[in-house]
Design a protein around this ligand. Structure first.
Ligand code: NAP
Length: 290
């Protein structure tokens, strides 16, 4: 068997086109231009690249896209003052503070200072609470991207056993909440879990988010399972690798996301979706039909 590839680039492109079309319609019919502001503190090279891409893609979708770049020496008080201004600015519908922040700044306090309705990363505890309760909040981008990819490979998720490897606040836990919301039976595994290969072999859906290149081997995978590989690991030779041993897994799984080109492109696509949703909610308009 050779697994079907789930092409994140194509799914992201289709999503971005839909976001751009709805954005144009909002502008024409309501004079509403969704606004995304990204805040970068310091000059971490990877963060600079991410912020540049987010700014560019929001602009390409027809949104108001701005970035605030603060020096690495910025204080928490300065950052909180900027967030207070952005919270109060009606042209800003989504605020994203690029992580990690320099060590003098408490990132938890910064995230909690965001207006939850503008928290397009979905990390504010109000959005976390909504995700695990009645829903209706802003959903973290990478987990949302995983679900959109899963839907392509497995339209009917009810009753499927989903195993999530990794329990971070950014990926593992929110993915588990979304899978539960999609009526899967969910196992959330981590570094203290016993016999990971056996746990994984029971999975109809396997989401790997551990940050360890090639950790999930082919014989951990149930034949025909859907494998969503969130890992982005830079190898010594400069190449990127996922958390799943791709060639081995491809021979067993029913469908699998490649790295790169799987979950990665979905993160910014979902950031744009969240910005659009936030703008509609703040303007009192119905949820966009994404
Ligand atoms: P993280 O915060 O470091 O969390 C890693 C999780 O994996 C933890 O829950 C940890 O367990 C678990 N883990 C680590 N080693 C393990 C092992 N040997 N066996 C079982 N569980 C183990 O990482 P993250 O932020 O969730 O990111 C995970 C991966 O996804 C990384 O490669 C990251 O680059 C990638 N990522 C990609 C995107 C994207 O595609 N846009 C976005 C975010 C992250 P404990 O909790 O027990 O320590």
């Amino acid at each position: 068997m050779s697994a079907k590839l789930i092409d994140g680039k194509t799914v992201a492109r289709e999503s971005n086109a839909r976001v751009a079309a709805i954005t144009a319609e909002l502008k024409a019919r309501h004079g509403l231009v969704p606004g995304l502001t990204v805040v970068l503190v310091g000059d971490d090279p990877a963060s600079k690249v991410y912020v540049g891409s987010k700014e560019r893609e929001a602009k390409a979708a027809g949104m108001n896209s701005t970035a605030h770049r603060l020096p690495a020496t910025a204080t928490q008080i300065e950052l909180l003052a900027l967030i207070a201004r952005l919270n109060a600015d009606p042209t800003v519908h989504g605020i994203l503070v690029q992580l990690p922040l320099p060590k003098q700044i408490d990132s938890g306090a910064v995230i909690e200072a965001l207006d939850p309705d503008k928290d397009v990363d979905g990390f504010h505890t109000v959005n976390t609470g909504r995700l695990w309760s009645a829903g209706g909040g802003l959903v973290p981008c990478t987990p949302q991207g995983c679900m959109l990819l899963l839907k392509r490979a497995l339209p009917q998720t009810a009753g499927a056993h989903a195993v999530v490897l990794g329990r971070s606040i950014i990926v593992g836990k929110p993915v588990a909440a979304l899978l539960l919301g999609a009526d899967c039976t969910v196992t959330l595994a981590h570094s203290k879990s016993r016999d990971l290969p056996a746990i994984c072999r029971g999975a109809d859906v396997l989401v790997a988010a551990v940050g360890r290149p090639g950790m999930v081997r082919g014989d951990w995978i149930k034949p025909g399972a859907v494998v969503i590989d969130v890992g982005i690991n830079r190898l010594a030779d400069g190449k990127l690798a996922g958390d799943v041993a791709f060639a081995e897994a491809k021979a067993v799984a029913g469908a699998i996301t490649p790295v790169p080109g799987g979950v990665g492109p979905m993160t910014i696509a979902c950031l744009l979706r969240n910005t659009l949703i936030a703008a509609c909610r703040q303007a009192g308009l119905p949820q966009p039909a994404l």
